[in-house]
Structures are given as structure tokens and as C-alpha cells.
Design a protein around this ligand. Structure first.
Ligand SMILES: NC(=O)c1ccc[n+]([C@@H]2O[C@H](COP(=O)([O-])OP(=O)(O)OC[C@H]3O[C@@H](n4cnc5c(N)ncnc54)[C@H](OP(=O)(O)O)[C@@H]3O)[C@@H](O)[C@H]2O)c1
Length: 138
């Protein structure tokens, strides 16, 4: 079985992103700083696959000690995962990526941060049970 995991941080109501960044970006309270530090410590040495906007916000230093792969919608998810035999793969988002890759994720590491402001990207709890199960009105 391929080792596929995901790690993310959300606000009190599931806020994930705002204007291409973390909604709490720039907040120097230790709880936010430590969360980002922990993300880079835990994913170090592993593979991080994510959409173009998420990767655009990854700092330069993080490219040195992990494999970072910008994934695109035209790519077959199983072919993407098969590129990294024997490696631990972190699915880093964003929304459309988690909608598709959720069914492969065996471990979620989610930190709920003390942020309750604006967002334009939201965590979908359906991902935890393998995908996008929202009811589409007929
Ligand atoms: N809080 C957190 O832990 C966390 C984590 C990650 C991201 N974020 C936030 O989320 C926001 C960025 O996410 P985003 O959703 O806007 O954009 P994104 O990271 O670019 O991810 C979505 C894009 O991924 C591409 N993609 C790759 N494989 C795909 C597939 N199989 N199916 C569909 N699309 C696929 C698509 O781009 P193409 O169609 O162009 O290929 C899609 O538009 C930022 O605000 C960021 O800070 C937060």
C-alpha cells in the first residue's frame, strides 16, 4: 500500500485559505508559528504533492529537504502517486486536489487553530471519509 497522508491547519470553522495564503498568515503568535514549523518538520524528507497555488506559497528553503511536485488536473492521480514508490507522500491541497485524492489518504493530521476570521477556502469534512460526498441537487 502506498503511504499517503495529509497534514493541514484549519481555523475554528474550517477556514483553510484566504487570497492564496493561510488566513492567519503574518500572525506571530507562537501557536501559529509553531504550527508552520511543525508542518515543515514532519514533512521533511518526504514527498509533498499539491496544486499550483499551494506550492506557490511554499517558502524556498522547503524545496531543499523534501520532494515537491506541483500536480495538475490533467494528471491521473494513480500515476502521480506511482511516481514515488516506497516514499511517504503528503497531499498538500488545495480544495480540488483534496476532493480527488481524499480516497487515497490513510492518515490526516489536522490542527485546529484559534482563528475565526475570513476565508475563501474551507476544509470539507467529507475528505475524512474518502472524498466529496456532498449531495448535488437534481
Ligand atoms: N490551511 C492549510 O493547511 C492549507 C493547506 C493547503 C492550502 N491552503 C490554502 O489553500 C489555498 C490554495 O488552494 P486552492 O484550492 O486555491 O489552489 P491549488 O493549491 O492550486 O489547488 C487546486 C488546483 O490543483 C490542481 N489540481 C491538481 N490535481 C488535480 C486534480 N486531480 N483534480 C483537480 N485539480 C487538480 C488544479 O489546477 P489546474 O487545473 O490548473 O491543474 C486545481 O485548480 C491557499 O489560500 C492556501 O494557503 C491551506
Amino acid at each position: 500500500m502506498i503511504d499517503v497522508r495529509s497534514m493541514c491547519a484549519i481555523g475554528q470553522r474550517g477556514q483553510l485559505g484566504l487570497n492564496g495564503h493561510l488566513p492567519w498568515e503574518g500572525n506571530t503568535d507562537p501557536v501559529f508559528v509553531e504550527d508552520v514549523t511543525r508542518f515543515f518538520a514532519i514533512t521533511m524528507g518526504h514527498v509533498l504533492i499539491a496544486g499550483p497555488k499551494t506550492i506557490a506559497s511554499v517558502p524556498e528553503f522547503a524545496f531543499k529537504d523534501r520532494t515537491i511536485d506541483v500536480i495538475r488536473s490533467h494528471e491521473d492521480p494513480e500515476e502521480v502517486l506511482a511516481r514515488y514508490p516506497g516514499r511517504r507522500i503528503y497531499v498538500g491541497g488545495g480544495i480540488a486536489v483534496w476532493n480527488i485524492y481524499a480516497k487515497y489518504i490513510q492518515q490526516w493530521d489536522i490542527t485546529r487553530l484559534p482563528y475565526d476570521g475570513e476565508a475563501d477556502r474551507w476544509f470539507d469534512p467529507a475528505w475524512l471519509v474518502g472524498g466529496d460526498h456532498r449531495i448535488v441537487p437534481t
